[in-house]
Design a protein. Structure first.
Length: 460
């Protein structure tokens, strides 16, 4: 099947082909041209996926896999499939190749897709086995996790087993599978999980107007990605994620890659990924934007949006667990971890070495921690206390709805220390803490080592 796509082509193009009875294997390969383009002009990039005889309609009933631009060929059989694709019956009927012209050069994009069908007896499709929803926890405790990871089932280069080894080395208690636009990895995590590692299942829903983590959904939950913000389909997709027990978490909302920045707003979000991979300028922008959302939530007296941090690790040298979200949960279970993340009882740390505690105590009694609210009589003084470890020479900053109101001196080389600051609900609607690395001379505050979700202050 050959064709040419012009600039401005539809986001998805479907190529039908017939699968006859007694087909044992379906194999697909494709190529496309890559002409030279002027500096600053996107060249050709063409994604690919597969839908079976059940159709290409929204909701993905016929979905059989997606590899984006990570592979030039794949196969599907009843008993096995290329990573990113779902094994299963090759039912006779009209199937479709799905092409996604991610970017198209001014000269156009010419493609050729080859589908090879092999006759034979179909194999047997095994029932999927998913990881357990509980690991051996420590009761109510702080648990470390990385909820944005890519395996070889999308554009990663690591197997689930390899990711699990790295997660354990990073001191993680839980991880979340989040391959781009496919759930094919869900049935391949059971052997990687264990009493010491909880594996949540999900998807990075990769639309043309931003990416969002479907975090901790029921096994096998497919979330469609074939829409833009203007199509008004996002709210329905978000509801599907929550119906499947998951959280809606916009990822790297200010990333500058094509289609990566979040354009759907945050009305449907349960949390937002503020820190993605090594700390970079787009994370600084995301942190400032998130802080503005906190101010708006106070001003409008509405629910606030918790922050998270994840590695988005794909391959070497990406570091699994850098950063990681540390959440206070009742136990190491899917339900308890998601409840802690949803409530914002969490902070983000650069690595397992860094820990951070934030408490606010009112004169005369009353105390609250991260993600909690402390209501005190108007004008009552409160003491904000931050305890840090594993952060040598880092400075402590306290941020409120009025901005940065306290900056402590560098912590000792041991990396451990505590600071206290006095304020009241009249001067701070919330308080959150940051640990910043030392920086060269200049106006920048230094790279992040850790930050907390806020403690809110209110008057009774």
């Amino acid at each position: 099947m050959r064709g040419t796509l012009a600039p401005g082509a539809p986001d998805y193009v479907y190529l039908p082909f017939d699968v006859p009875p007694a087909t044992a294997e379906l194999r697909v390969s494709y190529t496309y041209d890559r002409p030279s383009v002027p500096p600053g002009t996107p060249g050709n990039a063409l994604d690919i996926g597969l839908f079976d005889e059940r159709g290409t309609e929204g909701g993905g009933r016929g979905f059989r896999g997606w590899s984006g631009g990570a592979r030039t060929e794949f196969f599907v059989r009843a008993d096995e499939a290329t990573p990113g694709y779902l094994p299963g019956p090759l039912t006779p009927g009209t199937w479709h190749i799905a092409l996604g012209p991610y970017t198209v050069a001014p000269q156009g994009l010419s493609y050729e897709v080859t589908v090879t069908l092999t006759e034979g007896e179909p194999g047997t499709t095994s029932a999927p086995v998913y990881p357990p929803e509980r690991a051996a926890g420590r009761g109510r405790a702080w648990y470390r996790g990385d909820c944005h990871l890519h395996s070889w089932h999308s554009d990663g280069r690591r197997t689930p087993a390899e990711i699990a080894v790295l997660a354990r080395s990073a001191g993680l208690d839980f991880i979340n599978s989040s391959d781009h636009n496919t759930i094919a990895s869900h049935a391949h995590w059971a052997d990687a999980a264990g009493d010491d590692l909880l594996v949540l299942l999900g998807e990075e829903v990769t639309t043309r107007n931003g990416h969002v983590l479907a975090l901790g959904t029921d096994p096998g939950t497919f979330v469609d990605w074939r829409y833009r913000a203007r199509d008004r389909r996002w709210a329905r997709a978000a509801r599907e994620i929550r119906r499947a027990g998951g959280l809606v978490v916009p990822a790297h909302p200010h990333a500058d890659c094509v289609g990566c920045a979040w354009k759907f707003g945050f009305a449907e979000a349960d949390a937002v990924e503020v820190w993605n991979g090594p700390w970079t300028p787009d994370d600084e922008v995301a942190l400032a934007a998130w802080d503005s959302l906190l101010v708006a939530s106070v001003r409008e007296d509405r629910a606030w949006l918790p922050a998270m941090g994840d590695s988005d690790a794909h391959r070497d040298p990406d570091v699994v667990g850098r950063p990681q979200t540390v959440v206070l949960a009742d136990d190491l279970t899917r339900e308890a971890i998601l409840a802690g993340l949803r409530a914002g009882r969490s902070y983000v740390a650069e690595s397992r070495a860094v820990s951070l505690a934030l408490t606010v105590t009112a004169d005369g009694g009353g105390r609250a921690g991260i993600g909690e609210r402390l209501r005190v009589p108007a004008g009552t003084p409160v003491t904000v206390r931050v305890e840090a470890a594993g952060a040598p020479r880092c400075s402590v900053r306290l941020v409120t709805d009025q901005g940065v109101l306290f900056t402590g001196g560098p912590l000792p080389v041991s990396g451990a220390g505590a600071v206290e600051w006095r304020t009241s609900s009249a001067h701070a609607a919330y308080v959150r803490a940051e640990l910043r690395h030392e920086t060269a001379v200049g106006p920048m505050p230094g790279a992040m080592a850790a930050f907390t979700n806020p403690v809110f202050l209110g008057t009774t």
